[in-house]
Ligand binder design. Structure first.
Ligand code: HEM
Length: 449
């Protein structure tokens, strides 16, 4: 079988962060740079194909999506969240997506905006003057409060710290085990096939802890008529045509808490880093926010009036996408870029790599939010694809974009972020989401106007 070019022999140790590369993402970036739009390597039995071309990304995610199923990420997540939207394959995935989609319709997202604004203000109000704050911690506080309040209502506040510490552990461990899970996927899949309800392979303690914290919140919400995500899920449970079991609700809630806060927090942490290093951009953002918001909290009507804040968020997602790599597994042989890819192969897609390719973005490492303003020529839709694509695309993309825009506008309206150190901070490369190699410590100076 003819295969695309790619690394061989001891070079492959780089996949595990040994010898030639600092971490898996660094190895994939080197591979894409050396071997071009479509490359190949093999780890033991596992055939891996790496895509670094926007048209091919579109092919995999959209045009030929029926030939692909979920890959390693789902195997890991399955051990934490069980059988749910983020782990299911077709046709069960389609059915669950249809059931949950109403919670993410435009009008529904609009109804979460007030909660997003007040939860953001509550955290910003606690920021002390003149003390360096760890932006990763602060952004997680905000996004967890938001996802908690929009999922469960205000009662979530008391459980936020417990949930946060369990999820931090989960995310760190997920990043460490990911390269090894891709190597022994058949074993983990085999175990799950034999014991569908068996003990979690990687997160048994964490899963039990989350159950203990979340179960009472779910019970308390039953019968509620409010419009948060959990109430909508519970309403679906009462609808005979959907028949969502208790277990399914629990799985979805853990999915949404995990997928819905860590990702957005990662993007916002990098946005703070970039703003502190680019004072002109930070001041432009502050000027837009002051003109639109004055001294009030953002509302849904403000979102379209904050294009620069949206541009800052989109540009951060281009340079530092929270999910830098994900894969699809071929369910049948198919031809990609003139090569026959066999069944059971991993096809890796990396928005981190493609969106730093100068074929799609001039001066690709430059932080330039203007690229995303309505007047700018739109980039190839699959050059930067932080939310994935096709039937399994992130269900929370509009939620996250609204949230990211509002948080950045509210933050810049009240504070100027600055750093004592001008050093560049690289990526850790091993987190479940894209994390900085060191904490991003910034001072928040209160703006006076
Ligand atoms: C900046 C923030 C976010 C980023 C970058 C992000 C990224 C992603 C990516 C890359 C995927 C996989 C897509 C694919 O396989 O094609 C995904 C799936 C998912 N995300 Fe997000 N996400 C974000 C925020 C959120 C939020 C706020 C929520 C919920 C409120 C959420 C819930 C989900 C769910 C449930 C899935 C699985 C969807 C499915 O398989 O049908 N995400 N996300």
């Amino acid at each position: 079988m003819q295969v695309p070019p790619g690394p061989r022999g001891t070079e492959l140790l780089g996949f595990f962060g040994v010898r030639s590369a600092p971490h898996t993402l660094g190895f994939l970036e080197q591979t894409a740079r050396r071997f071009g739009p479509f490359s190949y390597f093999r780890l033991a039995h596992q055939r891996m194909y790496l895509v670094n071309d926007a048209d091919l990304v579109k092919d995999v995610l959209i045009t030929r999506q029926a030939s692909f199923g979920r890959d390693t990420g789902a195997v890991i997540l399955r051990e934490l969240v069980g059988d749910g939207l983020i782990t299911r394959d077709e046709p069960q995935h389609r059915e669950r997506r249809r059931q949950l989609q109403p919670a993410f319709h435009k009008e529904q997202i609009a109804s979460y905006v007030e909660t997003m604004s007040t939860q953001t203000a509550d955290v910003l109000n606690t920021w002390p003057e003149g003390v360096a704050l760890d932006m990763g911690v602060q952004m997680r506080r905000i996004t967890l409060a938001i996802i908690g309040a929009t999922l469960f209502g205000p009662e979530f506040r008391d459980s936020a710290n417990n949930v946060s510490s369990v999820l931090n552990r989960v995310v760190k461990r997920a990043g460490r085990i990911a390269p090894f899970v891709s190597l022994c996927k058949p074993l983990t899949r085999g175990y799950r096939r034999l014991y569908p309800e068996g003990r979690s392979l990687f997160f048994a303690t964490e899963r039990a802890e989350l159950d203990r914290v979340l179960h009472p919140l779910i019970v308390r919400r039953r019968g509620s008529t409010s419009r948060d995500v959990l109430s909508l899920l519970l309403m679906l449970q009462d609808d005979p045509s959907s028949a969502l079991a208790d277990e399914a609700i629990r799985n979805e809630i853990v999915t949404f808490v995990l997928a819905g806060h860590e990702t957005t927090a990662s993007a916002l942490t990098w946005a703070c880093y970039l703003l502190a290093r680019n004072t002109e951009i930070q001041e432009r953002l502050a000027a837009e926010s002051a003109a639109v918001l004055g001294d009030r909290l953002p509302t849904i009507e403000d979102v379209p009036r904050l294009p620069y804040a949206a541009g800052v968020f989109n540009e951060t997602l281009r340079l530092y996408p929270p999910v830098p790599i994900f894969g699809r597994r071929t369910v049948e042989p198919l031809e990609i870029a003139g090569y026959t890819v066999p069944r059971g192969a991993s096809v890796l897609l990396s928005t981190y790599i493609t969106s730093r390719n100068e074929r799609y973005f001039s001066n690709p490492t430059l932080f330039d939010p203007d690229r995303w303003l309505p007047a700018a020529p739109p980039p190839h839709k699959f050059a930067s694809f932080p939310f994935g694509g096709g039937s399994k695309m992130c269900i929370g993309d509009a939620f996250a974009k609204t949230e990211g825009t509002l948080i950045l506008a509210a933050l810049a309206n009240r504070f100027r972020l600055c750093s004592d150190r001008a050093e560049e901070i690289g990526i850790a490369g091993r987190g479940g989401t894209l994390q900085p190699a060191k904490p991003i410590l910034l001072k928040a100076e209160r703006r006076t106007q």
